[in-house]
Design a protein around this ligand. Structure first.
Ligand SMILES: Cc1cc2nc3c(=O)[nH]c(=O)nc-3n(C[C@H](O)[C@H](O)[C@H](O)COP(=O)(O)OP(=O)(O)OC[C@H]3O[C@@H](n4cnc5c(N)ncnc54)[C@H](O)[C@@H]3O)c2cc1C
Length: 320
């Protein structure tokens, strides 16, 4: 059986939960086992995980699990995994998922692999999974030789599809250890999809010349339903908020589409974005290093190209 930790936020399952459950169900199908989803803390819409492949949804709704605490959540996941005889425990490769991975692995005496980025073609005696190394410059196939495997799934690895019907949700009441930490307050940036979850990212760099020019970037992002990002010097200069900074020292992302505007493509920037599925680069310098990593490139002045691109996308959208 494959146990999937289904992440929730504000009482609803997150996109990462749909991806993890869908991936878990495809993995389970390889050897005829089943995928069971586990939700911790108050949440109301767990039934929909059934449509994405969960044969069963377990829900420990206790208020004590509402505030995320690595040690508490890991102990509950490990206890449920032991009780149900799970052979694989799957987390999303999100901040919380990553923090649960190691501790759950230790509690289950399991081999641990983070950032799995591909569905295995077959299951042999040992689970063999693939992950990216060195910011996507190399890939490793890892064999997990323990009885139980604990893995995390890189975001956007699989597009979740609702193929089945809702599952019934089974309430469970596991023993909940005392939390060692407690989140008192969360101040969230509002408006767009958070960068790690975004499918489309429109990002801009120092080529924008001045923060007052960002309107054209925001407009392009808006027509595409994208999240905005930026290079480090842009955030360091206070042109854009620090949570938008992507790269080696910022957030590492792997959206389906990354549009880089007026960004040179320094290695430290690429480290955080070169796992994106499709990269489009707009730069006036044909020698800009980013073009080597690009799937599509436009050599031109961004102040000319970006508004035209936005207009064309608007036309396409209004044409249906
Ligand atoms: C330890 C370390 C860690 C780092 N971590 C990060 C990181 O996490 N993320 C990160 O981004 N950087 C990081 N950096 C900085 C990195 O090395 C680069 O300096 C930075 O990415 C450059 O940002 P940029 O491309 O926006 O600016 P620039 O290098 O100044 O490039 C601007 C680009 O805009 C183009 N341009 C200018 N005008 C126009 C126009 N009108 N139309 C079209 N194109 C135009 C130029 O041709 C140029 O390619 C790090 C550096 C170090 C040393």
């Amino acid at each position: 059986m494959i146990l999937v930790y289904a992440e929730t936020q504000d009482g609803k399952v997150k996109k990462s939960a749909l991806e993890s459950v869908y991936f878990g169900s495809k993995l389970a199908a390889l050897n005829g086992s089943s995928c069971v989803a586990l939700m911790l803390g108050p949440a109301s819409d767990g039934g929909k995980l059934g449509a994405y492949g969960a044969a069963e949804v377990l829900h420990a709704a206790d208020e004590k699990l509402a505030s995320f605490d690595t040690s508490t959540h890991a102990k509950v996941v490990a206890a449920v995994a032991k009780e149900k005889g799970a052979k694989v425990v799957l987390f999303p490769d999100s901040a919380n998922g990553k923090s649960l991975l190691g501790m759950t692995g230790v509690l289950l005496n399991a081999g641990v692999v983070s950032g799995v980025n591909k569905l295995p073609e077959a299951l042999s005696d040992h689970l063999v999974v693939s992950r990216a190394l060195f910011s996507g410059k190399a890939f490793a196939d890892c064999s997990i030789n323990s009885d139980v495997a604990v893995i995390s799934l890189a975001g956007n690895t699989i597009k979740p599809v609702a193929e089945g019907s809702e599952a019934s949700v089974t309430a469970i009441t596991p023993e909940i250890p005392e939390a060692k930490t407690r989140v008192l307050d969360v101040r969230r940036t509002v408006g767009t999809v958070p960068l790690p979850e975004a499918e489309i990212v429109v990002s801009a760099g120092r080529g924008m010349k001045d923060p007052s020019n960002w309107g054209i970037v925001e407009e392009l992002a808006e027509v595409l339903g994208a999240t905005t990002a930026c290079s480090r010097p842009v955030a360091d200069s206070g042109w854009r908020p620090h949570h938008e900074h992507v790269g080696q020292t910022g957030i590492a992302i792997r959206p389906n589409l990354y549009i880089a505007i007026g960004i040179s493509g320094a290695i430290q920037h690429l480290a955080g974005v070169n796992s994106s599925k499709v990269i489009v680069v707009i730069n006036k310098d044909p020698e800009a290093p980013f073009f080597k990593a690009a799937d599509y490139g436009i050599v031109g002045d961004l102040f000319d190209v970006v508004p035209k691109l936005t207009e064309e996308i608007k036309k396409l959208k209004s044409a249906g």
